[in-house]
Write a protein that binds this ligand. Sequence first.
Ligand code: C2E
Ligand code: CA
Ligand code: CA
Length: 276
Amino acid sequence: MLSVYRVIYNLSNIVSRYALHKQTAHCLSELTSRLSTMDVHPFLQPIFCSRDEKIIGCEVLLRLRENKEYISPVGFIHEIEHTELMNKITCELLDKISNSLFPCSFLLPEGFYFSFNLSVFQVRDSFVINSIVNFSKLFSGKANLVIEIVERNFLEFDEGTIRNMDALMHSGIRFAIDDFCAGASSLKYIEYNGFSTIKIDRTLTVTFEGRLAYSRVIMAIVSLAKSSNLTVIAEGVEDEEQKNLLKQAGICALQGYYLENPMELSIFKQKYLNWS
Ligand code: C2E
Ligand code: CA
Ligand code: CA
């Protein structure tokens, strides 16, 4: 009798899991079809050298536009990261930056880079890879390209991903580990030579009572980065005290609202390149 109950229990479990799966798939397709009607806009947030506070690069951040309002992807990005729509969006971001900034790229400071966010899934997509290579060729000698690999739950690289990353690395593209220390498993990826940069997640760069709340962790990251020849960027810099403490801790580059907000391309061109 007990085993009959067990069979019924297992069956109902499978049925409800299947229903949940169907429902999730339905929600995802509703979400992607709604998002695909919106306009894609790249915003740029400058990244500054901590020594002289000059601009050294920019992170490209997706905004979708609906009813004249810009929407950040923070609320849905994890849902769509593995979808075709995300690949299309990334290619559109690359195109829009090329079209808008290539004509004034001779004004970019020496060594300047554009940093794009990509999930591991996307590094497997040939369409995305081609767009990245084309972007990098177009800006060759004028700006470099960095791919921030986003770590949502955990990073897992299969052989195909590593092969694509190697190929991109050999054509001069660099990789950054994004949101470092926000997840559980990023530490071991320091061993992979393709990574040139660590971006410390903003939850770790906060201050408390006049000091860095995670100063020992930050010191450890800085020393690990030095011995591995990596650059460290601190995210989420929101005030002067935090900025100074991060500088003192040996952080190379800074990004955050205190230094600059993400902005539209036209504003970036006016403000940083004097081009209208
Ligand atoms: P992220 O890659 O960690 O990007 C930095 C986020 O922190 C941005 O949020 C930026 O607006 C915000 N930020 C910058 N400075 C500060 C600060 O001082 N304080 C605080 N509290 N926040 C700050 P945003 O633009 O809303 O993007 C959220 C996340 O969405 C990004 O986090 C990234 O993971 C993802 N994302 C954005 N664009 C793309 C994209 O094109 N592709 C992919 N795969 N993910 C993207
Ligand atoms: Ca990022
Ligand atoms: Ca980040």
